[in-house]
Design a protein around this ligand. Structure first.
Ligand code: B16
Ligand code: MG
Length: 223
């Protein structure tokens, strides 16, 4: 079977912004009077800003009005955007650029599939926006991961089939979305959280496309 495309999640896969989202939510948690932990944050990775706030409020056992929810989403985003002020090419995670190079060389299509409404801004800051033929982000989907919409839209716009496309994800919910859409999946992070991916790697550093393909199918997928 031939590899037609790769769809990359953004935060935690292409760039190390997952920690910045966490710190912004932690600050909101502190302001609401409770300690928002990394373990709690794990369940929020990959989901939309509004849905993330809903989870945070559940963790804190807090009920607020819709108006206050909208206000807190704006405050959280302001904290997050502040943390991006020094972001540049150096924040790209190890192995990403060489993998994008290899995919281009082998004519494998490349898309972004992110829940973030800040995706284009982040890609601009790190200087790799032009490498993505298709960008699907939080502004272009109506259903948050784990719904497969973001990845299905990416594959449709690229003109490829999910079964011939790899999704790279750092979040549990993102992997659920990719699996529901019928994609091959590579989880980036710990097997404890991402054990349902076809394969789990600690990151993209020091791994080649052929290693990934070999591990994914042993024999049936080629680029
Ligand atoms: P924003 P991804 C997701 O991006 C993040 O993982 C998640 O933590 C964040 O809440 C979500 O984007 C929305 O981001 O507030 O910037 O619109 O991992 O799908 O690239
Ligand atoms: Mg992510």
């Amino acid at each position: 079977m031939k590899l037609e495309a790769c769809i990359f999640d953004l935060d935690g896969v292409i760039v190390d912004t997952a920690g910045y989202h966490y710190l912004a939510w932690k600050r909101i948690g502190t302001e609401l009077g409770f300690d928002f932990t990394e373990e709690m944050n794990e369940t929020m990775k990959g989901i939309s800003r509004y849905d993330s706030l809903g989870k945070l409020l559940e963790f804190g056992n807090i009920t607020i009005s819709e108006e206050e929810k909208q206000r807190l989403c704006v405050v959280k985003n302001d904290y997050y955007l502040d943390s991006l002020s020094d972001m540049n090419h150096e924040n790209i995670l190890p192995g990403v650029v060489s993998l994008l190079d290899e995919l281009k060389e082998k004519n494998v299509k490349i898309a972004l599939g992110s829940a973030s409404k800040n995706a284009i801004k982040v890609l601009d800051l790190i200087g790799i926006k032009e490498r993505f033929e298709v960008i699907v982000d939080g502004n272009s989907v109506s259903r948050s991961k784990p719904d497969p919409e973001v990845f299905i839209k990416g594959a449709t716009e690229l003109g490829v089939s999910p079964a011939h496309t790899i999704v790279f994800e750092d979040s549990n919910k993102g992997l659920d979305a990719a699996i529901a859409g019928g994609f091959k999946t590579v989880g980036l992070g710990s097997p404890e959280h991402l054990g349902h991916a076809d394969i789990v790697l600690p990151g993209l550093g020091e791994v080649s496309l052929s290693d990934i393909l070999h591990q994914l199918t042993s024999t049936t997928m080629t680029a």
